[in-house]
Design a protein around this ligand. Sequence first.
Ligand SMILES: [Zn+2]
Ligand SMILES: [Zn+2]
Length: 192
Amino acid sequence: MIYDLHVYINPHAEEGEIYEYDTYARMLHMDLVGFVIHYTPTMPEKLLKNFRDILSTFSIRTLAGLEIHYPPKKFPKGFDYYLLHFSNIAIEADMLKRYHEVIIAHPFAYGAKINEDILPILKGRKIGVEFNSSHYNDKFRWFYEKCKEYGINVTFGSDAHTPQEMGEGFEKGKEFITPLENLEVLRRKDYE
Ligand SMILES: [Zn+2]
Ligand SMILES: [Zn+2]
């Protein structure tokens, strides 16, 4: 079962370009692809809706996600999941206690730091962490081992910016990645 919850789509891309992701996902035998756009508060609602509408016509199983910079001003409604992007900050338990069912994207990238004190709150608030293959390094292995021990959702994200890169690096994280059917961090539960 291969899924990828971090496939970037440019919301301004041509429809034809977006449909290439559907074609490739089938070729790559992806079981589910979560597409994300990088949210900015100035994005018109129509653009967000259009993005979801296109995904709903794909032949593969899709989810529509948003990646939002921390601290988020709001979580626009209607998305299946939310990735939180932290930069140049140590992620502390205090910062997370207002959120639930979100996913911390690439927790060791862009100057973010995370340590194991945070694990109980992640568990308690159903906050997941991403195994991001573009930013993974074996020195972070301990962290994912701990997540597994605590029963924290570890989602897979390739950070693909092209259709060819979807699912890349899934094997590297396979032992830590939470199976799709056990994910508690998705807002939409009926993705079967
Ligand atoms: Zn990011
Ligand atoms: Zn991203």
